[in-house]
Ligand binder design. Structure first.
Ligand code: LMR
Length: 342
């Protein structure tokens, strides 16, 4: 009996030793001496290269690849080349891609609070938008996709949107009557155009140039950098500088992917996102200013700069939207957005 127990103990110790060794093998094959795992990360987005989002993604890639000595590869897919507005979110949820940074209004179907960038004249500039999304209420909204296994990490601004169309110059609310505009999506943008007597249709960004060219819609609203880099001015005749709504992004990742990284890898990727955030935030304004200069140089669109009095007219017509959406978005979120500059 004693012999049998010793034999069993011997067999058990061999088994435990083997198990420890194979655990170690997994760890070694997944991480180098500094503990950083070998990974390939895919980041898909819909805009062109010369934009705040792509510049942020590039800075993130450069940091992560350099600091990991090439153990982590970051593949960026711009221009809807891998996935577009229609399918990038599902592919993030499926972990086919690990990062996206969509215009936040594209999430209104998941949570109406993502309508915030579409609230008319809520933010005067990037700083106010950043203050909202970095603040308590903004963070609450960014973390609202956890049920889908999606984590909102860091807000990246693009900028204020401006109207383009190919029918006539727009300088008063009445000028929009009867026109049809493409929107990024969302109830607030739809209500805004309804209040202005115009129609609207949500169209993916990757299909917008053709939609404008073929007259599916008369116009659209976007930042200077998106208008210039996608050459929307080639198929539009008028542009009104309005700054009435915004394109803002956040970097989103898949929770399973995020949790699969060990501490060293996660810290490095987090630092990479911070590097991307710094560049996106620092360059958004100047990239949009440079884009406006290029649009002016190309001379395809007649540009209307609204006077403060004309802006007041638009604000007056659009003000009721705040009361209309108070319940759906939440009075606390709306208040935080409107007070973000204070
Ligand atoms: C658009 O769809 O017009 C933009 O939101 C695209 C983007 O990501 O900037």
């Amino acid at each position: 009996m004693k012999k049998l127990s010793i034999f069993l103990l011997f067999v058990l110790s061999i088994f435990v030793l083997g198990a420890c060794q194979s655990d170690e093998k997994v760890a070694v094959s997944g991480a180098s001496g500094d503990g950083v795992q070998e990974l390939t990360i895919k980041f898909a987005h819909v805009v062109a290269e010369n934009t705040p989002k792509h510049q942020g993604a590039l800075a993130m890639k450069e940091y992560i690849e350099k600091e990991s000595d090439g153990k982590i590869k970051v593949e960026i897919y711009p221009n809807s080349s891998l996935f577009g507005d229609q399918d990038e979110y599902q592919n993030l949820v499926a972990n086919n891609i690990q990062f996206i940074a969509p215009d936040l209004t594209k999430f209104v179907g998941n949570n109406p609070q993502f309508n915030v960038p579409a609230l008319p004249f809520a933010f005067a500039n990037d700083e106010e938008a950043i203050a909202f999304w970095d603040g308590e209420k903004g963070q609450e909204v960014l973390s609202s996709l956890k049920g889908d296994g999606v984590l909102g990490l860091s807000m990246w601004p693009n900028g204020g949107k401006h109207l383009t169309n190919n029918k006539h110059a727009i300088s008063t609310p009445a000028d929009l009557k009867g026109l049809k505009f493409r929107t990024q999506g969302g109830q607030v943008l739809e209500s805004m155009y309804t209040a202005l007597g115009a129609g609207s249709e949500s169209i993916p960004f990757g299909e917008l140039y053709t939609a404008l060219d073929q007259g599916v819609v008369d116009g659209q609203e976007n930042t200077f950098s998106n208008i210039e880099s996608k050459k929307f001015d080639e198929v539009q005749k008028y542009m009104t500088v309005m700054n009435h709504t915004r394109v803002d992004y956040a970097v989103f990742t898949n929770t399973k992917f995020w949790d699969s990284m060990n501490e060293a890898t996660k810290a490095l990727v987090e630092a990479g996102i911070a590097a991307g955030t710094e560049v996106a935030r620092a360059e958004a304004k100047s990239l949009n200013e440079q884009a406006l200069v290029k649009i002016k140089e190309r001379g395809n669109v007649e540009i209307v700069e609204l006077t403060p009095e004309q802006i007041e007219e638009f604000k007056k017509v659009l003000e009721p939207i705040y009361a209309e959406y108070e319940d759906e978005i939440g009075a606390d979120i709306i208040e935080a957005a409107r007070n973000a500059g204070e």
